[in-house]
Write a protein that binds this ligand. Structure first.
Ligand code: PLP
Length: 419
């Protein structure tokens, strides 16, 4: 992950956790009579009051459609929606607001990227390079695009520890690759890929780089210009914001060169029955009424994490990862960690000898502990490591060491009951 040049010098986040957690009402819940231990942050994060309040204020006082009305409420809604775009731009380190397209989330962003690049870049001998650890949302759209265009998929294999095989990457990336589409941080393994180096190599061979940043932006500082990504996607709900909103960053010249994706209001310059002309980006890619309330909520979420300090969040989660990995290996016999790459985010995928991951999840749920079990929308990863599914604990900025301890106790209980 890209590190910013001036690391946050404030005290570790852990010291502020009681105050921080108080801002997340859901964390105070009880589940099956036990205090909630929420370790499913890679699936979605909880929302702080600042986000809920911002959404409520927008809907209650400034509700109007954007870019369309001369009346005051519409102007207010437009200003707030566009201010949210600036917040996303600054959060990602992009150069200009017009490089930020609001979308429903990572999945929609990747479908937008795929559809527009398929139309302009792909074809026989102009292939797509993916990695073996992609989320289905960065596989299936490319498969459809390849079927339609005659391009082929090339896939970078994974090493046993969950890292990319970078020698294979170097062999697979040649002038026949038109698009490199890679996950920044794997939701199934936690691996953080060397995205900056990969984007530089893609550029050398003239390939467009598309980065799935869904699991990168919640866990540490990201700067799209330092990364050198041409397109970069993320979802609001994984970074403490609302569902149904996310963003696609696109380098200005690239976005300008791409055709529209969906047609409708707001994305046109002129319309006649003989033909239409398109608005400039980002409007070209935002057909119809956008998720205005969601965009305002997303901006509040980004202000929240920026205020806490992305460096501090990264350091806190790194500490949790080390602590949790040590405790699990020491105290849970028969645990197998799937994904032990040296560069790793706060995501621990594992199996327990003789116990199906779904049963682990069910018993833990009765202890108030929420983890994810299944293939994590990354079936090729499961195939690679020869497991049908894994159990996954994933950390967030509000996760405590005590919650890791509760997971260890919960897993012992799973083994007592089912082992
Ligand atoms: N990419 C990765 C790495 C993910 O973890 C996810 C969600 O789990 C997605 C893409 C899809 O995100 P969304 O469902 O918000 O569109």
């Amino acid at each position: 992950m890209t590190t910013i040049s001036s690391p946050d010098a404030r005290a570790p986040l852990a010291a502020e956790l009681p105050t921080i957690r108080a801002a997340y009402p859901a964390l105070g819940r009880r589940v099956h009579g036990k205090p909630l231990v929420y370790l499913d942050n890679a699936a979605t994060t909880h929302k702080p009051l600042a986000v809920l309040d911002a959404e409520r204020e927008q809907a209650m006082w400034h509700n109007a459609n954007v870019h369309r009305g001369v009346h005051l409420l519409s102007q207010e809604a437009t200003e707030r929606y566009e201010a949210a775009r600036s917040t996303v731009r600054s959060f990602l380190g992009a150069a200009e607001d017009r490089e930020i397209v609001f979308v429903r989330g990572t999945t929609e962003a990747l479908n937008l990227a795929t559809a527009t690049l398929a139309a302009t870049r792909l074809g026989p001998g102009r292939d797509v390079l993916l990695t073996g650890m992609e989320h289905h949302s960065n596989i299936v759209p490319w498969q459809l695009a390849c079927q339609a265009s005659g391009a082929s998929l090339r896939v970078v294999p994974l090493l046993d520890d969950g890292s990319l095989d970078m020698e294979a990457f170097d062999r697979l990336l040649d002038g026949g690759v038109a698009v490199m589409a890679i996950v920044h941080t794997s939701n199934a393994l936690g691996t953080i890929n060397p995205v900056q180096a990969m984007c530089a190599k893609a550029r050398e061979v003239g390939a467009i780089s598309v980065v799935d940043g869904a699991q990168a932006v919640p866990h540490g500082p990201v700067n799209v210009r330092e990364l050198g990504a041409d397109l970069f996607a993320f979802s609001g709900h994984k970074v403490y914001g609302p569902t149904g909103i996310g963003a696609l960053y696109g380098r200005a010249e690239l976005l300008e060169s791409l055709p529209p994706w969906q047609g409708g209001g707001d994305m046109i310059r002129t319309v006649t029955f003989e033909g239409s002309t398109w608005a400039e980006p980002p409007a070209r890619f935002e057909a119809g009424t956008p998720n205005i309330t969601g965009a305002v909520g997303l901006a509040a979420a980004l202000d929240h994490v920026t205020g806490l300090g992305m460096d501090r969040i990264a350091a806190h989660e790194a500490d949790l990862l080390t602590y949790a990995t040590g405790r699990l290996l020491a105290d849970i016999p028969g645990i197998n960690l799937i994904g032990t790459a040296p560069a790793k985010a706060g995501v621990i995928s594992f199996t327990l000898d003789g116990i199906h991951p779904h049963d682990i999840g069910t018993v833990l749920d009765h202890e108030g502990i929420a983890i994810r079990t299944g293939h994590h929308c990354a079936q090729p990863v499961m195939d690679r490591y020869g497991v049908p599914a894994t159990a996954r604990a994933s950390f967030g900025l509000y996760t405590t060491r005590e919650e890791v301890d509760a997971l260890v106790v919960g897993l012992r209980r799973v083994q007592e009951m089912l082992g």
